[in-house]
Design a protein around this ligand. Structure first.
Ligand code: HEM
Ligand code: SF4
Length: 688
């Protein structure tokens, strides 16, 4: 077994005045072997001008640190995430053992079983790709599309982190599927597990300096923090490495150990044997564009440009994260907060310093508290910043002022800025199947299009010639992929996690339940007189882990029992405030009892342009609860429903009926939706 040695302390020793007798760095059960004695190092005086950060506080030597979670032991004994997975995938059993189940996450897969099936467990594997900025080549899209049919459940799932998920792969097929993805320039390495996950960046293929710079930075951060020890290629393609060349600045930043960040003799210079205490998430964006839910990430990086639009550096947020546990108030969702600004050439070093601070100090005894948000909460941002500065070797500059954030969906047709067009398509809950899947494949293959996946489970077709716009629009519409003005606005921003039947942690439905929930919210809107184009951000998850980021929604529903949800209120349409828990254990069939009074009073009492989220914050939960408790139904306005009968020829009727079926609606519902959206867009001056 290879063991790497704790290396993180040398940064702290660069200042000869500072001594840390009790700081022991990364712990292990075999802590003698994993730490090394500290000695003072003299530093050339030229370096001292750089290192002005305050002393790093010693890591308290408490019992909680010597206790380690089981996963820490699996990692340590795995020879860098190989053993026993390499043996377990070869056995005849349909599943793998506990240690391998933990390790396979680092390879981008989860073992699952179908919870709808009674009796014996039917095991399968979910594979998640890693696509920084959501970029997917034409070849990789077609490969994933094929694999879903040949080895999966026939659908592709676009996720909230700009990746694909392939569900239902059997153990005996894993190696074929993995190696096919790798050979087609895809990867699942590090899509799950205790390391840096997929790096988000705005998906729009805009040829603008700041967007391109954000996307290039996301690519570089992803490369910087990719595992190096080769376990992935050893297990799935017998050691053959299929990777593209890395930019030299990435290699340099990874190998740089001038501030004691690295394990110099380890095959994993940044991660060592123990990797990170928990998952780690990074997003990069440009000012105003919050398509990436920037504040929900461990690190949020924002490009800062000068007056000529030339990128100069980055603002950095730290400490966001969604996951929590019901009835455990010490666990919580948290928004990222400002850490500081760095010049552009320093970004990889600053990111590495933050990652190393978490590697060394994040809790490894209890995985419920291992995310970096808990470290920052317990230390406070000042102390956290001063420790990061030791590894970075410089002080952070003050955070630059930023304009307001906006949510951008990129749906519909847009100019890329290079003569080509892109087309963003709304996909309900990111699930691509049936006719939609077939049509998308045909269009992507025929026109050799590349793809981007958005952090809202949607897809963008890129590099489209203007002449193709009309035929592509028609083909898409025939497959139920409508232009955004024909999709219910409630649906456009709604998200649900997969939950049942495959997620082992689901307490109740999410993806399968949300279509009905949206229909019912729409019906409540109609009943209380809200207009069709008005909307609220709805997100539903099957448990408190928050995979569809429900704690940022204006209306978040978080499964807290069979067919029941905790209701969260107070997020904003631009995803900049954290929702709070409003009510527990609301049975799904009783949702109207809560939603009707809330939407009715929003309609009646809101201030000009006040979103539902802002309204719920201003009113306060006590007042809102009183309104819900006293609710006796809306004072109905003079009929808010007028009869609009529709007659169509047989062909049109059948076509609408087919389209409606694709969207889980009836023909009348779809026809009304299209009419309403059309009228609304004309009224808004957006008609074509
Ligand atoms: C402690 C356990 C877990 C936590 C705290 C957690 C948390 C999260 C969060 C916050 C996201 C949002 C993506 C983002 O980072 O922006 C996410 C995504 C996701 N997670 Fe989890 N997760 C957990 C376990 C699982 C499990 C067991 C599964 C299923 C096997 C799962 C499936 C997913 C999926 C499918 C996505 C993408 C969501 C989508 O597009 O619907 N997660 N996870
Ligand atoms: S939120 Fe819970 S139920 Fe939904 S996918 Fe994540 S872990 Fe599963």
């Amino acid at each position: 077994m290879t063991t790497s040695y704790g290396a993180a302390n040398t940064a702290l020793l660069k200042d000869p005045k500072i001594q840390f007798p009790t700081f022991r760095g990364l712990r292990s059960s075999n802590s003698l072997a994993l730490t090394r004695p500290l000695h003072s190092v003299s530093v050339p005086s030229s370096n001292l001008s750089l290192i002005r950060a305050v002393a790093t506080p010693a890591k308290p030597d408490t019992a909680s640190q010597t206790k380690r979670s089981k996963v820490e032991i699996f990692k340590e004994q795995s020879n860098f995430i190989r053993y026993p997975l390499n043996e377990e995938i070869l056995t005849d059993a349909p599943n793998i053992n506990e240690a391998a189940t933990q390790l396979i996450k680092f390879h981008g897969s989860y073992q699952q079983y179908n919870r709808d099936d009674r009796g014996q467990r039917n095991y399968s594997f979910m594979l998640r790709t890693k696509n920084p900025c959501g970029k997917v080549s034409n070849k990789l899209y077609l490969t994933m599309d094929d694999l879903a049919d040949q080895f999966g459940i026939g659908t592709l799932r676009l996720t909230t982190r700009q990746t694909f998920q392939l569900h239902g792969v059997l153990k005996k097929d894993l190696k074929t599927v993995m190696s096919t993805i790798i050979k087609n320039m895809g990867s699942t390495l590090g899509a799950c597990g205790d390391l840096n996950r997929n790096v988000l960046a705005p998906a729009a293929p805009l040829k603008r300096k700041d967007y391109l710079f954000a996307q290039q930075t996301a690519d570089n951060i992803a490369a910087l923090l990719a595992p190096q020890s080769g376990f992935y290629y050893d297990v799935w393609v017998d050691g053959e490495r299929v990777i593209s060349a890395e930019p030299p600045e990435v290699v340099k930043a990874r190998n740089d150990n001038s501030h004691g960040t690295n394990f110099p003799d380890s095959p994993e210079p940044i991660y060592g044997t123990q990797f990170l205490p928990r998952k780690f998430k990074i997003a990069v964006t440009v000012p105003t564009d919050n398509s990436v839910d920037i504040l929900t990430n461990d690190i949020g990086v924002v490009v800062v440009s000068d007056d000529e639009g030339e990128p100069q550096g980055f603002n950095i947020y730290v400490g966001g994260g969604m996951g929590r546990t019901h009835r455990l108030e010490t666990t919580f969702a948290r928004l990222g907060e400002p850490l500081g600004y760095v010049p552009k050439e320093d970004i990889l070093y600053a990111v590495k310093a933050i990652v190393v601070t978490q590697r060394e100090n994040g809790r490894r005894d209890d995985r419920k508290y291992s995310r970096m948000k808990y470290l920052i909460s317990s230390w406070g941002i000042e102390k956290f910043r001063s420790v990061v500065e030791q590894y970075y070797g410089k002080k952070f500059e003050p955070f630059r002022e930023l304009p307001e954030w906006e949510f951008r969906s990129y749906l519909g047709w847009h100019e890329q800025g290079d003569g080509s067009l892109f087309c963003g398509l709304h996909v309900d809950n990111g699930r691509i199947g049936g006719k939609m899947k077939k049509t998308l494949r045909e269009i992507i293959e025929k026109h050799d299009l590349s793809i981007r996946l958005t952090p809202n489970q949607n897809i963008i077709l890129c590099d489209i010639r203007k002449a193709w716009k009309r035929p592509i629009t028609t083909a898409l519409a025939q497959a139920g992929l409508l232009q955004p003005r024909f999709v219910d606005p409630l649906n456009i921003t709604a998200m649900a996690c997969p939950a049942f039947p495959l997620c082992p942690l689901a307490i109740t439905e999410a993806e399968r339940g949300i279509p009905d929930i949206i229909k019912r919210v729409r019906a409540v809107f109609e009943k209380v007189g809200l207009r069709y184009y008005e909307s609220v951000v709805i997100r539903v998850t099957g448990c408190p882990n928050g995979c569809a980021r429900p704690y940022m929604a204006e209306l978040g529903l978080v499964g807290d029992g069979p067919n029941s949800y905790q209701v969260w209120l107070g997020g904003k349409p631009n995803q900049t405030s954290l929702a709070r828990s409003f009510m527990d254990k609301v049975k799904v069939q009783d949702l109207e009892k809560v939603l009707e009074p809330l939407f009715y009073h929003w309609k009646r009492r809101r201030q000009s342009k006040e979103s539902f989220g802002e309204f719920t914050i201003r009113m306060g939960f006590e007042k809102l609860k009183e309104l819900v408790d006293k609710w006796e139904g809306p004072v109905l306005l003079a009929s808010s429903r007028y009869n609009l009968k529709l007659f169509a020829d047989k062909e049109t009727y059948e076509a609408v009926h087919e389209l409606a079926k694709l969207q889980n609606k009836n023909a009348h519902q779809l026809a009304m939706e299209v009419i309403r959206n059309f009228v609304a867009s004309q009224q808004n001056g957006k008609g074509e």
